[in-house]
Design a protein around this ligand. Structure first.
Ligand code: SF4
Ligand code: FES
Length: 258
């Protein structure tokens, strides 16, 4: 296939960016999207030009590093597929493909298609952990977990922290990511000691990082390569509300203590 790329080029967050067009000739449908960018970059390097900067690590859909907006959709046209798992057979000969970085105030551009996603790290640092007793491993089945909770916790734990949910949201909200992280721990017995604190602190960290509010558009779920459900946002809202009530001084609670 011979393709035409329109790629966002931006030296850093302080300098305005712009789209630059490149030809991508001789692309095989069996290449991944990132391999196609590798080929284009080899051509740019040979010509003495600056290669297109993009983030990647595992190239197996598990690290969450490879986020970019392809033809207006975070991670490109295929549902439940990260950019690194997207194959060029999803495109046709002669296509023009527009490639941009995540656009969100909380994710400033580092260079070209690379954004700084450390705001997610700060949300995790605020509460994405459990207090565990150190020492020898506990006996198997010493702590029983209901199957339904185990399954839901696994679904939430599938979040790879890519940020597509933020990029897809018209408010650049990080609610789906935060909800997945709060829920996967809050559903398990080991996550109970910090459950209230976790919901309050992770939401506070999300707000401090200037992510927008959730207004129930659902674009996050549609863009998520791991199909994290917006139902986890409802779960986070419940946890946050309950934690807020429990943390109120006793004098301000209702007669029933709630
Ligand atoms: S919820 Fe989905 S889109 Fe958002 S960071 Fe996690 S895996 Fe990526
Ligand atoms: S490079 Fe790791 S998920 Fe794409």
């Amino acid at each position: 296939m011979n393709l035409r790329l329109k790629v966002w080029r931006q030296p850093n967050a302080q300098v305005p960016g712009q789209f630059v067009s490149y030809d991508a000739p001789g692309i095989s449908g069996d290449m991944s999207f990132l391999e196609m960018l590798d080929v284009v970059n080899e051509g740019l390097i040979k010509k003495g030009e600056d290669p297109i900067a993009f983030d990647h690590d595992c190239r197996e859909g598990i690290c969450g590093a490879c986020g970019m907006v392809v033809n207006g959709r975070p991670h490109g046209p295929r549902a439940a597929t990260t950019t690194c798992q997207l194959h060029m057979r999803s495109f046709k000969d002669g296509d023009e493909i527009t490639i941009e970085p995540w656009r969100a105030k909380a994710f400033p551009v580092v260079k070209d298609l690379v954004v700084d996603r450390s705001a997610f790290d700060r949300i995790i640092e605020a509460g994405g952990f459990v207090s565990v007793p150190t020492g020898s491993a506990p006996d198997g089945n010493a702590i029983l977990v209901p199957k339904e909770n185990a399954d839901l916790a696994m679904d939430a734990a599938a979040c790879i922290g890519c940020g597509a949910c933020v990029a897809a949201c018209p408010n650049a909200s990080a609610m789906l990511f935060t909800a997945a992280k709060v829920s996967h721990l809050g559903l398990l017995p080991q996550g109970q000691p910090e459950r209230d604190e976790r919901a309050l602190k992770m939401v506070a960290a999300m707000d401090e990082a200037h992510f927008g509010n959730c207004t129930n558009h659902g674009e996050c779920e549609a863009a998520c390569p791991k199909e994290i459900s917006v139902e986890f946002i409802a779960r986070l809202n419940r946890d946050f509300m309950v934690a807020g009530i429990r943390q109120r001084p006793k004098s301000r609670r209702g007669a029933d203590g709630g």
